[in-house]
Design a protein around this ligand. Sequence first.
Ligand SMILES: NC(=O)c1ccc[n+]([C@@H]2O[C@H](COP(=O)([O-])OP(=O)(O)OC[C@H]3O[C@@H](n4cnc5c(N)ncnc54)[C@H](O)[C@@H]3O)[C@@H](O)[C@H]2O)c1
Length: 316
Amino acid sequence: MKFLTDDEVASLVDPVKVVEAVERAYILYSTGRVVMPVRSRVENREHGGDILMMPCLVPDMGIFSLKLVTVYPRNLEKSLPTINATVIALDASTGLPRLVAEARALTGLRTAAATTVSIKHLARRDFTRVGIIGTGYQARWQLRVVAANYPYTIFKAYDIDSKRLNEFVAEMGRLGHDVKPSPTAEELVRWSDVVITVTTSKQPVVLKSWVKEGTHISAIGGYTPEMVEIEPALVANSKLVVDSREAVREEAGDILKPIELGLMRFEDIYAEIGEIAAGLKPGRTDEREITVFKSVGLAVQDAATAKLLIDYLMTR
Ligand SMILES: NC(=O)c1ccc[n+]([C@@H]2O[C@H](COP(=O)([O-])OP(=O)(O)OC[C@H]3O[C@@H](n4cnc5c(N)ncnc54)[C@H](O)[C@@H]3O)[C@@H](O)[C@H]2O)c1
């Protein structure tokens, strides 16, 4: 059994292959070929932390994985990262352990792969302008994976915290990515063909009146009923695609809020992305429609990425 650090994961995972792996994972999930219990959560009140457990069995990939994610907001005071993660992967046919890995980079990669799969099926074919709102840890991976898969893309970014925005622009510049900072979220959204939201916001960061026809939005940040990134009226009036109907019903404020306001019904969700990737439903069918992909993150994405790592290690 191998142990991999985040740096090793980042250097091993190919940003194009991870998108193919996550797309396959979505197809297997939406066609009932994985066993994925809803994630469970243990609150560690003494330290103000949350521990989330994300298991998944994927027989077609011969893998069982369990990711442990911890969210400890008070870590910032200790100069430690807020979010940490570890993944354990077993051979599904024997139960033998195959891999233990730090999973911050793995999470960044598989979440960026989710956005990229949504772009493949839901963005206009001629898109070039991608705007990213929220310039934290996830945003770095979102940009790098989208850029690797769509090299002609040009980027803008916005963050409520201008210091974090400037650091992001400088860091991405050092990696060879030309990203322009936007002065406001509105300016960024009006400019963009594709908008990616990766914030921790509880208030909408994208308003309906800013969004032009044909825009695709990948809403990544919110993972609790209280978190909202997209204005409810915009979600209700878009072609709405999710990673998992079951998961968004429990966890996605971006879906629950417009339902609570009476703007849409749960049945108005057009599809799971895996149904579209499997060819069961068409993705974008009209150059003018506005598409929204809401993901809360699924354990099957972690399993597929862990499988990629195991395969790389076996061929070395
Ligand atoms: N969908 C998924 O699969 C998935 C996976 C991983 C993380 N996430 C979620 O994505 C979010 C971002 O994660 P991260 O690790 O990058 O966090 P982070 O704290 O590193 O970055 C979040 C950024 O959002 C900015 N922000 C907050 N409110 C804003 C607003 N109103 N307007 C503009 N910017 C704003 C912050 O200043 C910060 O720079 C978290 O909520 C996390 O739980 C989702």
